[in-house]
Ligand binder design. Sequence first.
Ligand code: NAI
Ligand code: XMP
Ligand code: K
Length: 500
Amino acid sequence: MAFYYTEPSRTFNEFLLLPNLTTKECTPQNVDLSTPITKFKKGEKPAISLNIPFSSAVMQAVSDHHMAVALAQCGGISFIFGSQSIESQATMVRKAKAYKAGFVVSRSNLTPSHTLKDILDLKEQTGHSTVAITEDGSAKGKLLGIVTGRDYRISRDSLDKPVSEIMTPFSSLIYGKSGLSLSEANDLIWEHKLNCLPIVDENQNLDFLVFRKDYDSRKNNPLSLLDANKSYIVGAGINTKDYRERVPALVEAGVDVLVIDSSDGFSEWQAETVKYVKENFNNVYIGAGNVVDKEGFRYLVESGADFIKVGIGGGSICITREQKGIGRGQASAVIEVAAARDEYFKETGIYVPICSDGGIVHDYHVTLALAMGADFVMLGRYFARFDESPTKKVKIGNNFVKEYWGEGSNRARNWQRYDTGGKQSLVFEEGVDSYVPYAGSLRENMDRTLHKIKSTMCNCGSLSIEELQQKARITLVSATSLVEGGAHDVILKESSMAAE
Ligand SMILES: NC(=O)C1=CN([C@@H]2O[C@H](COP(=O)(O)OP(=O)(O)OC[C@H]3O[C@@H](n4cnc5c(N)ncnc54)[C@H](O)[C@@H]3O)[C@@H](O)[C@H]2O)C=CC1
Ligand SMILES: O=c1[nH]c(=O)c2[nH+]cn([C@@H]3O[C@H](COP(=O)(O)O)[C@@H](O)[C@H]3O)c2[nH]1
Ligand SMILES: [K+]
């Protein structure tokens, strides 16, 4: 007879935290969000700890080398997507490892056929006076020119003057080549009295901008996640098929942490993959998953995994539950796996971090996941909205959006013919292709999110994630009390509706 769980599967939305006593030293500035990502023995320190409990999803629309750098600067880790050729993934890892502070992804970009009015509108929106002009208007497109405040006169130039007539064309630009060191970039900046030096790759695609004022940017990033050589710590996703070729290439490129990327990690393929990595490489760590219960957790931990990823079917672009009928409410999954982790720790003295992957919609969901026992979270949709994600920013109506698609969608799988061991015609999609609202830079959004999490932790009288996990008091909410939690019985003004 089948086994039946007596409790229904639950999601984060169904829970709330109750405040504990907040002492006077319990302020957001004093909260420490560092958290382990690799397993460790009781009394010892983990080999790698994150400075904030965030990782970005193993997805084409989320985690490339640009995201890896931006998130590591904030103290988290990206797992560069594995649904690409081994060479291109290794190149991304290499670029992220080679990246040095001071190089930024261009945030204001237009095409030559835009107009002076577009430049002025963008300037008002972003506050940046340097605009990169690329063939497709993206931050990484072919660089055709640069516009700065010195290139036009609002009193003289007509607003519909095309950018192509305003910009300093590429042929007249001083630029650096990808791979240049920060001190070499600074030399060019000083020598040519520039404010901004574009860095382009061998195909003239824009890589980064280096600003005169930014070169001390390490000071701006006190939580940077760095290895012993002061390079950023970088993760990458792998699969259970080509790992014998992929892992050596990624290790050669300098990857620090691997994660097996799968909807269902409770398989002999994953155990074999973990064992292969553990037997052949000393200096790289490997997470496995995804699982949603104690059995899956135990199986992967006993195979040797350094951390375990939790979550099936809760992602914003996921349709796995609809397509295959597998999965579990994300909160229930985290609660059970965290209990299994604590039990394993008691038995063996080994602490195995767990990551809650997918389904984070509100910032407080992160706090709840941590309170329920997750050591860190993985998000896709959240990061896809930012400048640093690899996808195109498009304007729909009056709003900017960015593209975001699931790794189980045909769009993601097209990088190669998807091999399920069966007929291609039997393949079905497990993810959708979508848009998410554009939200600006990662740093600004992350600062706000972290502040909210720290504030809630203070409500709960906790100065660290570990303390939160021990002290949190969590209650289920009834369907009717959910209504009470939002604005209700008032007529909202338009400004409040826009903020929702
Ligand atoms: N977290 C989630 O809820 C979900 C995530 N996804 C994402 O979609 C992507 C694809 O996920 P999956 O389809 O689960 O990928 P997968 O690579 O784990 O599995 C694909 C298929 O190949 C089989 N397979 C795996 N290794 C094999 C081997 N060595 N030999 C023979 N067969 C093997 C699996 O059983 C499965 O049928 C991933 O990026 C995943 O994160 C997709 C659905 C749900
Ligand atoms: O059912 C699925 N079909 C897909 O195509 C797919 N792609 C990604 N993922 C998973 O969703 C996570 C990101 O979730 P969020 O957007 O909610 O942060 C990711 O971290 C994955 O675990 C998928 N799940
Ligand atoms: K399974």
